[in-house]
Ligand binder design. Structure first.
Ligand SMILES: Nc1ncnc2c1ncn2[C@@H]1O[C@H](COP(=O)(O)OP(=O)(O)OP(=O)(O)O)[C@@H](O)[C@H]1O
Ligand SMILES: [Mg+2]
Length: 345
């Protein structure tokens, strides 16, 4: 029953009780009938007046209850709105305060769960992307061996490269497994140690051996004499170089060279990978590091890609205390430069 009807019922019953008492009083001669009429009339007026006053006094309470009810419905739909203006009665004001506290806690938990879920999804898409690259490379190297395209001297180099790729795959699947085991997994587990730049570069290039040979590519490497090692995460750097080299090959024509330059600064090193391919317009350069961004869909249907490579690489570069920048001219080519600190603190 509605609160308003409840008040009406209570005053109605009080009035009825008075009428019954007056009726019996007249019957047993306690009251004169004239007085009984007056008493009944006064009672009717008094009860109506009391009802109106009570109803008016109860109005704010009714409004507060309605507000609590509508906010609870909104909460159930996932809107974490707080109640701002319930001040009376005191009990409802306290209830509203508790409700706000509960909303705050729920919103916090909800955001935490959502963040963990988003991070997990991002990680899964990163890992799926990175697993794809070594598989393609292993497949092409095995095909080359099976088609007798590889000489006896080259065979051990190919096998070593396949072994490296398999080890990389194993690392990536470990990460994937970690992810399913624990929610608190971070984006990338850093293993900070001495990383030799030339060695890492050769390892990254090794997985493209077959493609470089088939496409008849020249790789011009020009490393600063003083470039040696940095303290960083080798797997992370490998992933960056891999993605940048893969792009340089994907977005330039077979037969065109790739230029790799290494420079040392006081507290950082820089590696740039230059291709002489299709280039990227100035407008597009602003977006290519965004997640899932691909320049012109048609261009990418042709080249096949998910638009994750640069996003992942930039994320890793940031985790490693550095960044990746791009310089490019349409139809002339692009240079992607990764800068990393000599020591990751
Ligand atoms: N060297 C390059 N030359 C020209 N365009 C490039 C180059 N590198 C990247 N791009 C453009 O930037 C976009 C984003 O690159 P990104 O590596 O993130 O994705 P993708 O190569 O399309 O897919 P994948 O996730 O397989 O790497 C590409 O779609 C491509 O259009
Ligand atoms: Mg790519």
């Amino acid at each position: 029953m509605k609160l308003r009807n409840l008040i009406l019922l209570s005053y109605g019953s009080a009035l009825l009780l008075v009428i019954v008492i007056v009726f019996f009083s007249v019957k047993y001669m306690i009251f004169q009938p004239d007085i009984a009429y007056i008493v009944t009339l006064i009672m009717v007026i008094a009860c109506t007046f009391a009802f109106i006053v009570s109803y008016l006094l109860f109005l704010p309470t009714l409004r507060s209850i309605r507000k609590l009810s509508s906010h609870s419905n909104k909460l159930a739909e996932g809107y974490f709105e707080k109640i701002a203006d319930i001040h009376s009665p005191k009990e409802l004001a306290e209830l509203a305060r508790d409700f706000n506290h509960m909303t705050e806690q729920l919103e916090e938990s909800f955001n935490q769960i959502k963040k963990a879920e988003d991070e997990k999804n991002t990680m899964i898409s990163h890992l799926s992307h990175d697993i794809k690259t070594p598989i393609t490379s292993i497949r092409s190297q095995i095909e080359a061996i099976l088609d007798n395209m590889v000489s006896d001297i080259e065979r051990p180099i190919y096998l070593e490269s396949i072994q490296n790729q398999v080890m990389r795959l194993s690392q990536l699947t470990d990460e994937l497994l970690d992810l399913t085991i624990t929610q608190e997994n971070k984006k990338h587990k850093l293993v900070i140690k001495k990383v030799w730049i030339d060695k890492t570069l050769v390892a990254a290039l090794n997985s493209f051996q077959v493609q470089l040979k088939v496409e008849d590519r020249d790789i011009n490497i020009d490393l600063d004499d003083k470039i040696s090692f940095i303290y960083s995460d080798e797997e992370g750097i490998n992933r960056i170089l891999h993605n940048l080299i893969a792009n340089a090959l994907k977005y330039s024509l077979p037969g065109t060279p790739i230029k790799i330059e290494g420079t040392v600064y006081e507290d950082a090193i820089q590696i740039s990978i230059q291709d002489f391919g299709m280039g990227i317009s100035e407008e597009e350069q602003k977006h290519i590091f965004e997640r899932l961004y691909r320049v012109e869909k048609s261009r990418n249907q042709k080249y096949g890609g998910t638009g994750l490579g640069l996003y992942i690489s930039q994320e890793i570069a940031k985790i490693l205390g550095g960044n990746i920048t791009v310089k490019s001219l349409l139809e002339q080519g692009s240079t992607f430069t990764v800068r990393l600190p000599k020591k990751l603190h």
